[in-house]
Write a protein that binds this ligand. Structure first.
Ligand code: PHE
Length: 345
């Protein structure tokens, strides 16, 4: 049996080497390694061998099988190679033809916009802190001073993804990252913090030209011993100037349960420069973010003593800005993955 197998292998390899055309190669395959080929035939005889002879014969049969299969693959490669060189030699090659242009990839407009924001905040001393998209009710709401059944919850239509003892949800804003940043970076309320927290947020909305169920926010958090509302105004004004150019900004009172006082910031309309246009609804200004001084309860929940520490926070929608800048009339284009849209950026 062992001799039969080695002879079979040697004969097969010897017959393979002069083959250079597809039909002969296929015939060789059928003859030796096909389902009813010589090797398969030899293998059926293994069962009839005496028990002691079987392991050695089986092992050799497998080796022969692998050897023939790899020789077959190698032959295919060699034949392709030969065909290519033959065609290169025989067919004329016009090296003056222009090459085919390579299509360059590019960043998604939302990514490019986010990176621009990271750059500016980095220059202003803010590090990126990544927080999770799947959150607990506790962190997304309760620790931010929004207890169960509080009417402010209406502002954040929520996707609940599990209703266990602790409700699990998709974060409705990046603000729960404030709690996680304070607890992870604050070292029990002893260290100052200066971070931005970017990322996807989800809301249970009716999707339309103006509302999507997902969007990026960029949250910011600065905690220190003497952080004041003046710091908030100065920092956000500086950001707006770096992002949108030196144009007027204005702050006015707003309400969020997790900041006190709270303020909305507007920048002069980047479309009409304050003259009034449909984009700014003829007010001359565009709302770009919500902000405020971190509420004492939230500071305490993050491990800080509000008598010694203070801070400001802000949150802005990232796509909104790109929409305004490029006059994009439908927010659904952002996640629609339509190349006709994406290639415009
Ligand atoms: N989280 C708020 C929102 O989604 C924005 C905000 C963040 C307001 C931080 C104040 C401070 O609308």
């Amino acid at each position: 049996m062992l001799t039969e197998l080695t002879q079979l292998r040697d004969a097969a390899l010897a017959q393979l080497s002069p083959i250079w055309d597809d039909a002969a190669l296929e015939a060789w395959r059928v003859k030796f390694i096909g389902r009813n080929g010589a090797l398969a035939g030899a293998m059926t005889k293994l069962g009839a061998l005496a028990k002691e002879e079987r392991p050695a014969a089986g092992k050799l049969a497998n080796e022969v099988k692998l050897a023939l299969e790899s020789a077959f693959e190698a032959k295919i490669g060699a034949m392709k190679q030969r065909a290519l060189s033959e065609s290169l030699e025989s067919e004329p090659l016009d090296i003056t033809l222009p090459g085919r242009p390579v299509k360059r990839g590019r960043l998604h407009p939302a990514t490019a916009n986010l990176r621009e924001m990271y750059r500016i905040w980095r220059e202003m001393g803010f590090q990126v802190f990544r927080s999770r998209e799947i959150e607990s009710d506790e962190t997304n709401f309760q620790l931010l001073n929004i207890p169960p059944h509080h009417p402010a919850r209406d502002n954040w239509s929520t996707f609940y993804i599990a209703d266990t003892d602790e409700r699990v949800l998709l974060r409705t804003h990046t603000s729960p990252g404030q709690i996680r940043a304070m607890r992870e970076l604050g070292q029990n309320g002893t260290q100052p913090i200066r971070v931005i927290l970017p990322g996807m947020c989800y809301r249970y909305e009716q999707i339309s030209a103006r509302y999507e169920i997902q969007f990026n926010q960029v949250e910011g958090l600065a905690i220190g011993r003497n952080v004041t509302f003046a710091d908030l105004k100065g920092t956000l004004t500086e950001f707006a100037h770096r992002m949108y150019g030196e144009r007027p900004v204005r702050f006015y009172g707003d309400h969020f349960p997790f900041t006190e006082p709270s303020a909305q910031m507007d920048v002069q309309c980047i479309i009409c420069n304050g003259k009034g246009c449909p984009m700014c609804k003829y007010t001359g200004f565009l709302e770009i973010l919500g902000s405020g001084m971190v509420h004492p309860t939230v500071l305490r929940n993050g491990g800080y003593d509000p008598n010694e520490w203070s801070g400001f926070a802000f949150g802005m929608g990232a796509e909104r800005i790109a929409i305004l800048k490029h006059s994009i009339e439908d927010i659904r284009y952002f996640w629609g993955n339509d190349l006709r849209f994406l290639e415009q950026f």
